[in-house]
Design a protein around this ligand. Sequence first.
Ligand code: URA
Length: 243
Amino acid sequence: MRIDKLLAHYGYGSRKDVKTLLKQKNVTVNGERIKTSKFHINPDVDIVEVNGDVIQYKEFIYYVLHKPSGYISATVDDREQTVIDLLPMRAQQIYEPFPVGRLDKDTEGLLLITNDGKLAHALTSPRREVPKTYYAHIDGRVSESDVKAFHDGVTLDDGYKTKTADLVILKSGTISEIELTITEGKFHQVKRMFEAVDKKVIYLKRIQMGEISLDDALPLGAIRELTEKELNYCEQMVGEQEA
Ligand code: URA
């Protein structure tokens, strides 16, 4: 990769700005001062520094966001705050990240944020049936008949019959607590599934997507990078998608 491309990608301005930077500032590759913008580097091995700051090049970013209520799953919006607003400004500007799939404005929990379009496609493609687990509070007494109905598939308000889903009752009462795992992602799916059995979701939080979990230590509104294990899972998903 040309050094001007790397520096431009890293936020040092346009290629023209980078040319000036190379002339004026101390840009080094493996300790040697470089002045020409055509200089080629290998981002995997060469150490590039601008005035002593090491530039760590990476093409893609992968974050788990603990989405709070009140943010929409979009990249920009004129009126609403978006989940991307919760990322550091530098990451927003350099990497142009976007959310993988959607959570409703009032839903909390796990949202993967990346700029890797192939991964987003692999995780959201209906044919991959990636399991997503939600924790919810339900207005109404959730019973074994709901477990069976969700297992067999319920008919949503638009006539669509849902695929088999795994409903676990954590607490049954006037307000029930449940976990529900679904392998599809229709619009407002969890809320509409409960409406199909005459109940209402009053709190919804996604806790798992594929092999990526929301850990309790991550505060609401905070982000963390994916672990090595989670990155391997993502790589495998993309590989299988392309095969
Ligand atoms: N199902 C819903 O109803 N809402 C969400 O945000 C996610 C799944």
